[in-house]
Design a protein around this ligand. Structure first.
Ligand SMILES: NC(=O)c1ccc[n+]([C@@H]2O[C@H](COP(=O)([O-])OP(=O)(O)OC[C@H]3O[C@@H](n4cnc5c(N)ncnc54)[C@H](OP(=O)(O)O)[C@@H]3O)[C@@H](O)[C@H]2O)c1
Length: 263
């Protein structure tokens, strides 16, 4: 029998995380599933145990809370079977900032940025030591696009994109893989909770959760570092990234651009 290997998936009580849980169980991983709604986590865990016969632990944690993040950090830093971390738990509160509650903005920052950073810190030393391991960070197409209702959400997902790209650079010469996934609109509970009901969206632009995760896993299997599950023309990303890189190179002049007329 092969040695046990475990995937830790945050936000696995619904939506994208619950599908990742099913798919990694199908690939033979034991699971630690993290979220606040433990009844929903237990339902997902039961279905997966029955379907795939793997070990599944439902770990209740509110990843906006310091002590609860610490519970998950402990698993990540002490369980030697952990091979995969899927940083998926996320929250959207979609309203213009002037009409938003500060606590909603801070909750998005705490969950989408702080907890993702802390959990990555917790797992990385063991992955680097083993020269093995996989981190999947779920950002969003809104990480490169800000709507008049998404200043904070887009800001948090922009962080996930840059954080993940930086990590990929750091780990390029190691066996540790980091995949950045940028879903577009996916049919999950996040929308009704965000203040914009799923039913109000253009239904043609909505992907099923299963399709989103299966496309992302196909990208992973093909060695993609940055996955845009809904984008048909993959050269768009290459060209975007080339333009970004050229813009960065053009900043390295040490003097004001001529158009500013500084003598
Ligand atoms: N759906 C989309 O259109 C879309 C598009 C782009 C990116 N994304 C990203 O995809 C990821 C998954 O979201 P989803 O669409 O699958 O939405 P979802 O069904 O609402 O799932 C969000 C998950 O995060 C968990 N979560 C929320 N707050 C938490 C907290 N404080 N502590 C621990 N877990 C918490 C939820 O569980 P509990 O409530 O039980 O805690 C749930 O399992 C998010 O990062 C989201 O930003 C989604």
């Amino acid at each position: 029998m092969s040695a046990p290997k475990t995937a830790v998936i945050t936000g696995a009580s619904s939506g994208i995380g619950a599908v990742y849980a099913d798919r990694f169980a199908k690939r033979g991983y034991d699971l630690v599933l993290v979220a606040r709604r433990v009844d929903r986590l237990e339902d997902v865990a039961d279905q997966i145990r029955k379907a795939h016969g793997v070990n599944v632990e439902a770990l209740q944690a509110d990843l906006e809370k310091d002590n609860d993040i610490a519970k998950v950090e402990r698993v990540l830093s002490t369980n030697p079977t952990v091979r995969i971390l899927v940083n998926n738990a996320g929250l959207a509160r979609l309203k213009p900032l002037a009409q938003s509650l500060l606590q909603d903005s801070l909750a998005q920052i705490a969950l989408n940025m702080t907890s993702l950073t802390r959990l990555t810190h917790a797992v990385l030393p063991a992955f680097v030591k083993a020269n093995d391991g996989l981190i999947i960070n779920i950002a969003s197409v809104l990480g490169i696009h800000a709507l008049p209702v998404s200043a904070v959400y887009s800001g948090t997902k922009g962080f996930v994109i840059n954080f993940t790209r930086g990590l990929q650079e750091e780990l390029a010469s190691t066996g540790v893989r980091v995949q950045l996934v940028n879903p577009a609109t996916t049919a999950t509970e996040i929308w009704d909770n965000s203040g914009i009901p799923l039913s109000a969206l253009n239904q043609e632009a909505v992907m099923t959760t299963e399709n989103m995760v299966d496309a992302a896993l196909s990208g992973l299997d093909n060695g993609e570092k940055v996955t845009w599950p809904s984008v048909a023309d993959a050269t768009l990303w290459d060209r975007y990234d080339e333009a970004r890189s050229a813009l960065f190179a053009a900043t390295q002049t040490g003097k004001p651009a001529p158009r500013y007329n500084i003598a």
